[in-house]
Design a protein. Structure first.
Length: 118
């Protein structure tokens, strides 16, 4: 996680995510990652989260987390190994799964990205 956190604040912001994402059709690349206003960042976050929350439960789990992680990692390394994906998934879960339920709740991911949802 530390290798992606360019401003060393302990969180991945949308700019950090933009550097991590690299698929040609990567959903996250559709967004302006350097959005200046908090409202723009919140709007983009809501769309991004909704895209990966296929089950519409308000949390990313299982394959939803895998898809999010894969999209993030393929920017850095287009042909990422399964082992590297597993390592990053574990790091992301360790950092973002604050309540330890094995899922990344919307508010947990927002907190990791330095966004205040309200």
């Amino acid at each position: 996680m530390k290798m992606f956190d360019k401003n060393k604040d302990g969180r991945l912001d949308l700019n950090d995510l933009a550097r991590i994402l690299a698929l040609k059709e990567n959903f996250l690349l559709k967004f302006k990652m350097d959005a200046c206003s908090q409202e723009d960042r919140k709007r983009d976050f809501e769309k991004i989260f909704a895209h990966y929350d296929v089950s519409k439960t308000g949390a990313l789990e299982g394959p939803e987390v895998d898809g999010f992680v894969k999209d993030m990692m393929e920017l850095v390394k287009p042909s990422i190994s399964g082992t590297d994906l597993d390592k990053f998934r574990k790091a992301l879960m360790g950092h973002c799964d604050i309540n330890g339920d094995g899922k990344i709740q919307k508010n947990e991911l927002a907190l990791c990205l330095g966004l205040k949802l309200s």
